[in-house]
Ligand binder design. Structure first.
Ligand code: AMP
Ligand code: MG
Length: 496
């Protein structure tokens, strides 16, 4: 449905809405209004994103915006709805899930193209199951900061426009308070949306959803190139490719998502649903960031295979549209080829290398083993290495290893390969790909503790650092330092 721009009236920011998801029809969602929150207050906004969206910065600071993004008033032209999806959770079919605490407000026409706005934590929906429809301040600060941090790192993600809080009590392990994050993405469609209609045998809706996604986000799949005109196979391949590129970025930067259920997989290859995520401190391939993940299904090194497993479920869901299972399998193959290529490209860039050599695999594998064996801090290693290449002094890097001989041996083989290939390391490239600042758990935790006391300055400080993670920010050296001992005891589990 195309609605004209709305102008005038208090609280009307004159947004131009184009609610394409709502236009899919009632099989896909339930329309409802958010549940109001008492005494809302601002925790933070993202002026950079507001600018990208063409929003008036003054309006974003207004009471009208505060109430709209807390779910207390509606934005003229929005059509709030909770979408229905299903999914596999921890490897098991979970049946119907859906937006249990999120509401899609609708789509906006922006200078970046169409963008959807979604409130997370806006109250009960028909899909809330046992939940209360709320999100707590703690987890909302993590989502807000990490969304914008990932974007600044160049990693595809849903964005966060703002976060509001309320004194409304929310019961978790202890009593906490409520918050709402306004998320922004071209679409919030998940693998689980497809699984939902496939599992119910609603193949007309399945086709409608696939056609919607192809039309708006994967127009290149329309011709079905490479698949005898089968556009749904081409879609599966394109999604596999975007997803492979995404996971390669996670692995290279040391990001652990924590809950890679199929309902937390974006059809656009975006990082979505920030929960117990963690940026690695010491490099540990087996690191489990989700306290509830007892089997380590979503451990750091398991992410690429588990994401392939999720793509396979998407392939099964698309099967009724694709037809021949062998064709679906062929479409999925692209992940297996692309993930290693994308990962190696990232790792080479982290090493400052602009050309490839056959021995790079072995070399990088050896380095990762060395980092794991010595429990070397992952971000600090790469940042020190970048400075070492710039300054020609590798001692600060060597100091990070208990096994100095191991490091010397690796350096020797690296230098031999460099001599053989005539390659040089590009220190500038390294400083632009190896961040100085990442949202480590303890940094988030410090900001959360202050915010819970009503002090949001650390949220804002972190936001500033993470918006420009490759820059040096004088006075904030400690934020780029080693984690304190207590960081190891921070425990974060699924929904909060
Ligand atoms: P998550 O683990 O956050 O991806 O959530 C899985 C499912 O549970 C989704 O359908 C969520 O909407 C729903 N959910 C999580 N937390 C809550 C909550 N507090 N209230 C209602 N639904 C929730
Ligand atoms: Mg989720």
């Amino acid at each position: 449905m195309n609605l004209p721009a709305n102008h005038g009236g208090p609280g009307d920011p004159g947004l131009t809405w184009d609610n394409r998801f709502a236009a899919l029809g009632s099989a896909f969602y339930t329309r409802l209004e958010p549940v109001p929150l008492p005494a809302p207050y601002w925790v933070g906004t993202s002026p950079g994103l507001a600018r990208e969206l063409g929003l008036d910065a003054r309006w974003l600071e207004s009471d009208a915006a505060l109430h709209a993004f807390s779910g207390n008033t509606s934005l003229p032209g929005s059509e709030p709805l909770a979408s229905v999806y299903s999914g596999h959770q921890f490897g098991v079919w979970a049946g119907q899930l859906g937006d249990g605490r999120a509401l899609l407000l609708g789509g906006l026409q922006t200078p970046q193209g169409p963008m959807e706005l979604q409130l997370k934590g806006s109250g009960l929906t028909p899909y809330s199951r046992m939940g209360d429809g709320r999100a707590v301040l703690r987890s909302s600060i993590r989502e807000f900061l990490c969304s914008e941090a990932m974007h600044a790192l160049g990693i595809p993600t849903t964005r966060a426009l703002c976060i509001t809080g309320s004194p409304e009590p929310v019961r978790r392990e202890a009593i906490e308070t409520a918050a709402v994050v306004t998320r922004v993405a071209p679409s919030f469609i998940r693998f689980g949306h497809f699984e939902h209609f496939a599992a119910r045998g609603q193949f007309d809706e399945l086709r409608q959803l696939a056609d919607h996604v192809i039309e708006h986000f994967y127009p290149e799949a329309l011709e079905g190139t490479g698949f005898d005109g089968n556009r749904y196979a081409a879609l599966l391949q394109a999604v596999s490719e975007r997803t492979a590129a995404l996971v390669a970025q996670w692995q290279a930067v040391g990001f652990c998502h924590g809950v890679l259920n199929t309902d937390n997989m974006s059809i656009l290859g975006l990082t979505i649903d920030y929960g117990p995520f963690q940026f690695l401190d010491a490099f540990d391939p087996d690191h489990i960031c989700n306290h509830s993940d007892h089997q380590g299904r979503y451990a750091f090194m398991q992410q690429p295979p588990v994401v392939y497993w999720n793509l396979y479920r998407l392939g099964q869901a698309l099967q009724p549209l694709i037809g021949d299972p062998a064709v679906a399998m062929a479409a999925l193959e692209s992940f297996k080829a692309l993930f290693p290529a994308e990962f190696m490209a990232r790792m080479r860039a982290k090493l400052g290398l602009t050309t490839a050599h056959d021995d790079d695999d072995t070399l990088i594998d050896g380095l990762l083993h060395l980092l794991a064996d010595n429990a070397v801090d992952y971000p600090i290693f790469w940042r020190r290495l970048s400075h070492a290449v710039a300054a020609g002094d590798f001692e600060p890097v060597r100091d990070l290893f208990a096994d100095r001989v191991g490091w010397d041996r690796w350096m020797l083989s690296f230098q031999e390969l460099q001599a053989l290939t005539g390659r040089a390391q590009d220190a500038n490239l390294m400083l632009k790909i190896n961040p100085r600042y990442v949202l480590r758990n303890h940094l988030g935790e410090q900001a959360i503790r202050a915010a819970q006391e009503g002090n949001y300055s650390e949220v804002h400080a972190l936001q500033t650092l993470l918006e420009r993670p490759f820059d040096d920010h004088p006075g904030f050296e400690a934020h780029a330092g080693f984690p304190p001992d207590w960081a190891r005891h921070i425990s974060i589990s699924c929904s909060s």
